[in-house]
Design a protein around this ligand. Structure first.
Ligand SMILES: Cc1cc2nc3c(=O)[nH]c(=O)nc-3n(C[C@H](O)[C@H](O)[C@H](O)COP(=O)(O)OP(=O)(O)OC[C@H]3O[C@@H](n4cnc5c(N)ncnc54)[C@H](O)[C@@H]3O)c2cc1C
Length: 434
């Protein structure tokens, strides 16, 4: 039986392979009545929990309020790929915002992966961490683009990238689809739900409090903001808004600056260990270079976890497997008889610039969102930077918040069709190999 899920459900984790293999199944209490804290954090995904851990380590009292469960959103459903950098490459960032900003963002771009590895080690988080990622190219043009990225990245101190010739592709993935690629030795993969649950437990070990099933219904700004949930409230010195694509209408002033976009993932049944090791010999995660890309990897129990697809506006396709399975079979025809055990969907937040958006809603209410599908490392970095800003070290926060963020053209009504037209055009270019 395949378990499928919708992104909008508000009743516990999506029925994913991650939820089935979560190591910590404790349900945290609902917030009842009013509590006080130095910092109230809205949303227990990577961003919120990363900020909470940074602050708890610095000695702040933190309360995290989560509408559903820890890792309910994209953080507990994603491909688990540790991809360094941002959703736009550093050349584009330099072209748009200047060399100085690119250098500053470049200097931070490997930090998210380091934060993950440091915390996994420090708190003994069991989340199946494996090193190494492979970017797969379908065309010579994509190979040339990767080579340009590699050269540019090297200038920013990233020496973990290495080009892979067509003859060497089989060392990483046995599929006839690719003409070459690039490896990132500083990439890797994790069980994302166990990573966020492990960090949440670390927050609690430092006296942080996390409330689940506690949707925030309003934020009253002021000298000591009041965050109200359905049955309680938090009075705090600072509020960090980390609801990302699931924030809904809570704070329309930032909601309109990002668009929820869904992506779909499925997990096969456990595959004969010899076969899965033959298909992915190095156990690197793989993402291809198309605009609407496929991403996949082995799991610790020898399943293939395969993602792709896209739903602008956060729409879920009716039959998730029917979208993803044909892509998997194009990559690995030998899996035709393998069953699909789980299929699920999740929403990430897209910004028009494809660059995360951070800022202040008032002197003491800060937000971060919009990792644009490339958030496992970035959210860890930006959560830490939110924590630093609260602690009075806002230099890095100010770099991010100075980047212009534009609303989607077409307003609420037409932003989805306009974006779809753009994506269709880029998808067509990929299909034509242009
Ligand atoms: C299917 C999928 C695959 C992906 N694969 C990858 C990948 O392999 N590599 C990669 O780098 N990135 C990937 N991403 C992107 C990455 O997962 C996200 O960028 C990242 O997890 C976002 O984390 P977050 O904490 O900002 O948001 P989320 O994890 O979505 O957390 C937001 C939380 O806020 C809560 N919330 C919202 N509103 C309220 C409220 N009013 N009150 C209380 N709580 C609230 C939500 O319930 C949710 O738990 C993927 C995304 C998806 C959807």
């Amino acid at each position: 039986m395949t378990f499928t899920s919708k992104t909008t459900a508000n009743s516990g984790h999506a029925p994913s392979w991650y939820a089935a293999s979560a190591r910590d199944k404790r349900v945290r209490p609902r917030l009842e009545g009013q509590v006080e804290a130095d910092v109230c954090i809205i949303g227990a995904g990577f961003t919120g929990v990363s900020a909470a851990l940074e602050l708890a380590e610095r000695g702040y009292s933190v309360v995290v309020v989560e509408a559903d469960r820890i890792g309910f959103g994209a953080s507990g459903r994603n491909g688990g790929q540790i991809v360094n950098g941002y959703s736009r490459d550093l050349q584009t960032i330099a072209g748009r915002y200047g060399q100085d900003k690119a250098a500053k963002l470049g200097a931070m771009s490997l930090e998210g992966g380091r934060i993950i590895r440091d915390r996994v080690k420090k708190y003994g988080i069991d989340c199946d961490l494996v090193d190494g990622g492979f970017f797969a190219a379908f065309t010579e043009k994509q190979v040339r683009e990767m080579e340009a990225h590699r050269a540019h990245w090297q200038k920013h101190g990233h020496d973990g990238l290495e080009m892979v010739s067509k003859a060497e592709v089989g060392n990483y993935v046995r599929s006839g689809r690719y003409v070459g690629g690039m490896i990132d030795r500083l990439g890797g993969h994790i069980h994302p739900l166990n990573l966020v649950l492990g960090q949440a437990a670390a927050v609690e070990s430092l006296s942080g409090r996390i409330f689940e099933n506690s949707r925030v219904t309003s934020v009253e700004k002021g000298a000591k903001p009041l965050v109200r949930t359905e049955r309680g409230a938090v009075r705090a010195q600072y509020v960090l808004v980390c609801g990302n694509a699931y924030l809904g209408t809570l704070l329309p002033e930032i909601g309109g600056r990002m668009m929820p976009v869904s992506s779909q993932v499925m997990a096969t049944e456990p595959i004969d260990p010899q076969l899965i090791r033959r298909l992915l010999p190095a156990n690197y995660c793989v993402e291809d270079a198309n605009y609407i890309l496929d991403y996949y990897r082995r799991t610790a129990d020898d399943r293939l976890l395969y993602g792709g697809g896209i739903g602008y506006g956060g729409q879920d396709p009716k039959d998730l497997t029917a979208i993803i399975r044909p892509n998997m079979l194009r990559t690995f025809p030998e899996l035709a008889k393998v069953k699909i055990d789980y299929a699920w969907s999740g929403n990430f937040a897209l910004t028009l610039t494809r660059i995360p958006h951070m800022g202040r809603l008032s002197d003491n209410v800060y937000f971060s969102h919009g990792d644009s599908g490339h958030g496992v490392t970035t959210t860890h970095l930006l959560g830490k930077i939110l924590g630093e800003a609260v602690a009075g070290h806002a230099e890095r926060f100010d770099i991010w918040s100075s980047l212009p963020n534009l609303p989607f053209p077409g307003g609420k009504r037409f932003r989805v069709p306009f974006t779809m037209i753009g994506a269709w055009w880029y998808g067509l270019r990929d299909r034509l190999g242009l």
